[in-house]
Design a protein around this ligand. Structure first.
Ligand SMILES: [Zn+2]
Ligand SMILES: [Zn+2]
Length: 98
């Protein structure tokens, strides 16, 4: 499913930069057992592989605060887009981030 969070696939969602410095990875915003729902509902963004995705100190996988912020942001968009209440969201994803 195409992302409902980000239209561009040639820019990093976190820093806005292009792929000149580093390749961009497709990140599933809700991971683990929710990865399949991220895929199904288009809750994915592109991120610089090293700096913004996996290893950087402000990357979504290394920085819990940034990861949770992105989850909250995506949850709000998904609820609006699909017409879900918070309870609907929790039924699918197991918890709420907002
Ligand atoms: Zn970036
Ligand atoms: Zn990821």
């Amino acid at each position: 499913m195409k992302s409902i969070i980000q239209e561009d696939n040639d820019k990093c969602f976190l820093c806005g930069g292009g792929c000149g410095l580093e390749p961009l990875d497709r990140h599933h915003i809700f991971s683990g057992s929710n990865r399949k729902w991220s895929e199904k509902y288009g809750l994915t963004v592109y991120l610089h592989h090293d700096k913004c995705h996996i290893f950087g100190k402000n990357s979504v996988h290394a920085n819990r605060e940034i990861r949770d912020k992105l989850c909250a942001y995506a949850q709000k968009i998904a609820m609006k887009y699909y017409g879900w209440t918070k309870e609907d969201f929790i039924k699918i994803f197991g918890r709420s981030w907002i």
